[in-house]
Design a binder for this molecule. Structure first.
Ligand SMILES: C[S@@+](CC[C@H](N)C(=O)[O-])C[C@H]1O[C@@H](n2cnc3c(N)ncnc32)[C@H](O)[C@@H]1O
Length: 216
């Protein structure tokens, strides 16, 4: 269930680069939620790509809040040290710039610049309480398929409530937006997997836990 790897679902990251990144760079705080991050390869991939594309100066504003319901992943994410077998398929230019070989042979650690942007928090999505508000981007890949259709709808409603106006939400390629939520998000390119927040039909949604995002 915690299967993950660096640079997984590159299509989704390319869409983020093309659509979300140009809007992010103007913000003072670039807060991102990686929900269901497992052992951290995904949030660290995002951090590396953002640093490459934004440059060092703007990247300082990036904060990636990585969460998973499995608390044991917290130590792995914080350590940010991965065996050679997991680092092998990373593009050479990223590996050279962002990984340092450790004394323990066969392990590589992410540099402080990348590690420092990512913080882990234990969190179960089905609690329907967001970890905070005002996210510019929520990445939730290969997680929603583990939930029931009803839970999926509620979790995506929660994402809507804690995104800034016009914020983005990214899934894996196969995850569709449930029919109930048409009008809440629009795909940036036909059929997803990156969606932009719009207002729901019939007015603004107030999250039932009364979480105050800036919009509501
Ligand atoms: C297949 S991994 C996906 C990891 C990463 N997002 C990726 O796409 O490579 C699924 C992760 O979702 C987490 N997960 C499943 N249900 C969850 C829930 N209700 N709340 C938070 N995390 C959950 C699991 O613990 C696991 O780490």
């Amino acid at each position: 269930m915690a299967f993950t790897f660096f640079f997984r679902d590159m299509n989704t990251f390319q869409l983020i680069e093309r659509h979300a990144l140009p809007e992010m760079v103007h913000r003072r705080y670039i807060d991102i939620w990686d929900a269901g991050c497992a052992t951290g390869e995904e949030p660290y991939t995002l951090a590396m790509i953002l640093r490459e594309r934004m440059g060092e100066f703007i990247y300082r504003n990036v904060r990636i809040f990585a969460s998973d319901r499995n608390r044991e992943f917290g130590d792995i994410v914080s350590r940010a040290s991965y065996p050679e077998a997991l680092v092998r398929r990373i593009p050479e230019e990223y590996k050279a710039r962002y990984f340092v070989q450790e004394q323990d042979p066969g392990t590589y650690r992410l540099t402080d610049a990348i590690r420092g942007a990512v913080r882990f928090q234990e969190h179960n999505l089905t609690s329907l309480s967001p970890i905070r508000g005002d996210f510019v981007l929520i990445v939730c890949k290969n997680v929603l398929l583990h939930l029931s259709p009803e839970e999926r709808v509620e979790v995506i409603r929660m994402f809507h409530a804690c995104l800034v106006p016009g914020g983005y939400m990214a899934f894996e390629n196969t995850q569709k937006l449930p029919a109930e939520l048409r009008g809440w998000f629009e795909p940036v390119e036909a059929d997803g997997p990156l969606f932009r927040k719009t207002d729901p039909p019939g007015g603004k949604y107030v999250h039932r836990n009364n979480y105050n995002s800036t919009e509501e």
